[in-house]
Design a protein around this ligand. Structure first.
Ligand SMILES: [Zn+2]
Length: 152
């Protein structure tokens, strides 16, 4: 089968055991953390298409072990250090795919709204409210940081 994304950069596929790693909080936003975030952004851009509205990657999907998520939200790419779901509302179902599980589609129980607290690359505390696809993607990324996949 031809690869959908021929330039795809280093995204691990199930059953790579690093995908089961529970990632550790980032203690200091130093050169290493910034380098890891940069590597993740490059990996996310490598699977980006102009029709992708929302996408995300968690650090263990590229073999790293600290709690960093990168997301594409519309035209923005954002980096979240130590993201935590601070609030969520409205249980619903989501049909999901994952870059680490090519060809797999799963129906997941999610929340329609989430509020996420995180640090940006300058160490500033941030909060973002997400809904629908962005909320579902965020929940999948947080699951990744805890070693969980959509097949679980
Ligand atoms: Zn995923």
């Amino acid at each position: 089968m031809a690869k959908v994304f021929p330039q795809e950069m280093g995204i691990l596929k199930h059953p790579n055991r690093k995908l089961r790693l529970v990632c550790s909080p980032v203690k200091a936003i130093d050169a290493r953390a910034r380098k890891e975030a940069q590597q993740m952004l490059e990996a996310l851009r490598s699977i980006d298409t102009s029709f992708t509205l929302v996408n995300g990657l968690a650090s263990n999907q590229v073999g790293l072990g600290s709690r960093i998520v990168v997301m594409k939200l519309g035209f923005r790419f954002i980096t979240m250090i130590n993201p935590v779901i601070a609030a969520s509302a409205v249980p619903c179902f989501s049909i999901e795919v994952c870059a680490s599980l090519p060809g797999v589609v799963r129906l997941k129980r999610r929340k329609f709204f989430v509020k996420v607290d995180y640090l940006d690359l300058d160490g500033e505390k941030k909060a973002i409210s997400l809904l629908w696809l962005a909320s579902f993607t965020m929940q999948q990324e947080i699951d990744h940081l805890d070693g969980k996949l959509i097949i679980d």
